[in-house]
Write a protein that binds this ligand. Sequence first.
Ligand code: ADP
Ligand code: MG
Length: 488
Amino acid sequence: MGKYKAKIGLEMHCEISETKTKVFSSAKNEYTEQANSNIRPVDMAFPGVLPVVNKEAVRMALMASMALKCKQPAYMYFERKNYYYPDLPKGFQLTQETKPIPVGIYGEVTFECNGEEKRVRINNLHLEEDAASLDHYDDYSTIDYNRAGVPLLELVTEPDITSAEEAVAFLEHMRSVYQYLGISEADSKKGQVRCDVNVSIMDENLDENDPHNWGTKIEVKNVNSFGGVRDAIKYEIKRQTKLKENNEYDTMEQQTRRWDEESGTTIYMRSKVDAIDYKYFVEPNIPKFKISSEWLEEIKSSIPRLAYDRKKEYMTKYGLSDYDASILVKQKDISDYFEETVSLGCDAKQVANWTNGMILNYLNSKEISITEFFLNPSMLKELIDLINSKTISSKQGKEVFAKVLEKQKSPQEIVKSEGMMQITDTSELDQIIDEVIRENPEQVASYDPERPKILDYFIGQIMKKTRGKANPATASQLMKEKLNDLRK
Ligand code: ADP
Ligand code: MG
């Protein structure tokens, strides 16, 4: 029995959450609990109303197009995709077909999956409006138009993905790209990301670069979580493999199925022969508009370095581990904080340890973001410098960290006001050591330089007397010298 490999193509819909208003209306683009409170007549398709394109949404879409290495258009227009559904009051969705260029075509994405570098070609990226949301109950349904008209980016990949894990890694990568670009939270829990998943299988020994060898495409609609994408793909590969083994695969028609979260299965919706003809035509109320090369340049120069590149840099330039670098780049704000502190002249590894340890712990426990965090990069530098100069021990550093946040004062101020300076002054330590020697004649007598374990005991005594403030290295050096002198 032959073996098979899967071909997977994704259609990822992601709401642009960071514009002020919707894509064609002046209603606010924000999630509101109160249903049907965030709508303008355009969103409801009242007669005589006209759409106005949100320039900010177009700018963000073009930014995404560039980040995906797509080709951008010289002109842009929108098209009507005609179909009737209760969540679509106009009877059509304003979207973009792929000709000539929507916001982008022919891009590519490089990402990591289980430590391996993967590449997926992007067929196209287009801007459209989201539909209203429908909720179905036992014997009635509700409709909330707040979502109608929210800007939506649809990204269509070539079928270059080969497994469920790779599909999820791709989506996680894209979520990070959208977050770094500041165009979307890309939070699937908030319903901002929805996918259609296309899956087919083919004989493993055939050439996958020849589309004639590809299997029959099955499209699974409306998969609303990354876990759902993973499970739907796994389920389809299994289901299709079984069909193949029963000789039922090759006669099968292309079909559209639906992911059923509850049963964890895909359910037949329609065959390609019943495909809906959307009768696309150009939206006459939005004139074709020019995308100037100056504007494109301006957008391009505003694109920040993305997580994928930052992570690589942290590992090669600073020698951070894969694990540490991954944590640092997970959120752009954190990565920016790390970079700012390093740019002040701190050692990257030390900064990474503080950021990934104490700082992230604190932020998580308080449920705040780093932008609301009192201890800014220059204070972190202050703290690190205090430790490196041995003014305080690293153990004291942790106390200072906590006090800084508790008292909202800089590390320098805390060290001063709490009297936390380490004692490195030898004359002060001399006195204390003399005391310790006077009070512990037996231990002093038993001191043997060949087996200096008893030193730990003396250091303990010194620490007790100084309430932990003695610099351990200096104290130990002085103590040893005195004990050796006594033996002479
Ligand atoms: P349609 O015209 O039916 O929308 P497209 O060619 O536009 O089909 O492809 C839609 C999606 O299906 C894309 O993500 C594409 O990569 C994917 N796809 C196309 N052919 C296959 C296949 N044989 N197996 C898996 N995915 C496929
Ligand atoms: Mg399609």
